[in-house]
Design a binder for this molecule. Structure first.
Ligand code: C5P
Length: 237
């Protein structure tokens, strides 16, 4: 059984706060049927599993974005521990290999409430210069993203975390049900912050994206609930 609330919105709000009170105040302004929540390495390291359980207890679908990358047995155990928290989605680095992704998926399937498993292809912070420091210069970033997305799919992952700019390309090669989860989303006119290559929510959905990870345009807004509502409204029809 997959764990899911009745949330109809594709928006996943990235909770990137360094203190619990500010984070709780933001969460209190959001509703589980209007968005999902993402807990990343900062908040998890700061507040641990209790924070995740709190958010799940508040009724939210939680994406635990810890990007596991280790030997298959360790990742299997880590994903099993994440699933016990009741999270809706967990992720790994696709570059950890097919056996590691399969081990992660097995942990999801063994759980009482199976989270979705997504895999990060190439971090969008990687440019060509950094890419060739790690990979061969005979392959492009796009080709590597395709290769890792197919590896993830063939190894049982439910989707990938990628750039919205890669969505059209990936939609042509992956199954219809394979989920594309993308950060780097900015409503028209919003501050780009440190994001370089952004897409509006509506354009990302048109490009074939399933879930939009959005942080500061909502979390730093004077009225987070209104900003979220405007984004959700921009996706209607
Ligand atoms: O505030 P903003 O909308 O830029 O937040 C985006 C979120 O997505 C942050 O939690 C960030 O760490 C995450 N992320 C990203 N780019 C990636 C992977 C994750 O911005 N390639």
């Amino acid at each position: 059984m997959n764990l899911s609330t009745d949330c109809q919105s594709p928006v996943i709000v990235a909770l990137d706060f360094n203190d619990i009170n500010t984070a709780k105040s933001l969460v209190s302004q959001l509703k589980p049927n209007q968005c999902r929540l993402k807990v990343g390495k900062e908040m998890f390291t700061l507040l641990g599993p209790e924070w995740v359980k709190y958010l799940v207890g508040e009724g939210f679908d939680v994406f635990l974005d810890l990007k596991f990358h280790d030997i298959p047995n360790t990742v299997n155990k880590a994903v099993a521990a994440a699933a016990k928290l009741g999270v809706w989605m967990v992720n790994v680095h696709a570059s950890g290999g097919g056996d590691m992704i399969k081990a992660a998926k097995e942990a999801c399937l063994d759980a009482d409430k199976s989270p979705l498993l997504t895999a990060v292809t190439i971090l969008t912070s990687m440019d060509e210069r950094q890419f060739v420091q790690v990979y061969s210069n005979e392959i492009s970033i796009k080709e590597q993203v395709q290769k890792l997305a197919l590896l993830a799919q063939n190894s049982g992952a439910d989707g990938v975390v990628c750039s919205a700019k890669e969505a059209v390309m990936l939609r042509k090669i992956v199954n219809k049900e394979f989920q594309l989860v993308t950060p780097g989303i900015r409503p028209a006119g919003a501050s780009l912050d440190d994001q370089k290559r952004v897409m509006t929510p509506a354009n990302a959905i048109s490009a074939g994206v399933d879930y939009l990870v959005i942080g500061r345009p909502i979390t730093q807004s004077e009225n987070p609930s209104l900003s979220l509502m405007q984004i959700n409204d921009s996706l209607k029809g």
